[in-house]
Design a protein around this ligand. Structure first.
Ligand code: 13P
Length: 250
């Protein structure tokens, strides 16, 4: 079963609105000589930049994503952004359960599930992030942590609206990526846990992905793309990730 290869840029809280629109045509130009393999590009700017980036994506085929979304259509949720509005702004995807949301802002699985349901109801595709902390890995708890985080999907059938991103917390922004073998081991575990949906659900790896490690990571059977932070901020570098990664699939 061939799955979509998805390269997603998570800009986190970086870039100004003004420097945002240029990125898409630059990336498009950089990808002109990419290996002839089908792939998808998703860009998740800060929510304040969605309006500036959306129109700039039109001629590129790249998809727009939000970094989080509110847990309902509207209402008393100060500081939150409705999935209805994200759709209105042209988002196709939303990232949920990112490690920074979980560990810096204390988001728990129950809240992530509420956000996920609201997003899916509006027709958004969800990139659900899971991943263990260093102490959890050292204590041999990687699989149980992932199983718990994936547990919010029990009883739901998201079909093509689900992408999973495995992002070990210890690899995010540290320069120390998971080895291809470590990534493959967890991706295979996640896919098995997804049951019959597993064969068609893309599972991205995230955590210190860069042009230098993209090919060996994407060469693994259960790695279907990347969720990229730091190396997605500059079009040439992100293109390097994509092109080097795709080399391993030619
Ligand atoms: P880095 O690529 O900067 O390690 O960030 C990964 C990440 O958190 C993407 O969501």
């Amino acid at each position: 079963m061939s799955r979509n290869i998805i390269f997603a840029a998570n800009w986190k809280m970086n870039k100004s609105v003004r420097e945002t629109p240029d990125f898409a045509p630059r990336l498009k130009a950089e990808l002109a000589n990419a290996p002839k393999v089908e792939f998808e590009v998703v860009i998740a700017p800060p929510a304040t930049h969605l309006m500036a980036l959306g129109p700039a994506l039109k001629s590129t085929g790249f998809k727009l994503a939000a970094q989080n979304c509110g847990q309902g259509k509207s209402g008393a949720f100060t500081g939150e952004i409705s999935p209805v509005v994200l759709k209105e702004l042209g988002c196709e995807y939303v990232i949920l359960g990112h490690s920074e949301r979980r560990h810096v802002y204390g988001e728990k699985d129950v809240l992530i599930l509420a956000r996920l349901k609201a997003a899916v109801d509006e027709g958004l595709k969800v990139i659900l992030c899971v991943g263990e902390k260093l102490e959890e890995r050292k204590a041999g708890k990687t699989f149980s942590v992932i199983e718990t985080q994936m547990g919010i999907l029990n009883g739901l059938n998201l079909g093509a609206q689900l992408v999973v991103a495995y992002e070990p917390v210890w690899a995010i922004g540290t320069g120390e990526n998971a080895t291809p073998e470590q990534a493959q081991e967890v991706h295979a575990f996640i896919r098995k846990g997804l049951g019959s949906a597993g064969a068609s659900t893309p599972i991205q790896y995230g955590g210190s992905v860069k042009p230098e490690n993209a090919a060996t990571l994407l060469a693994k059977a259960d790695v279907d793309g990347f969720l990229v932070g730091g190396a997605s901020l500059e079009a040439g570098t992100f293109a390097g990730v994509i092109k080097n990664g795709l080399q391993s699939r030619t």
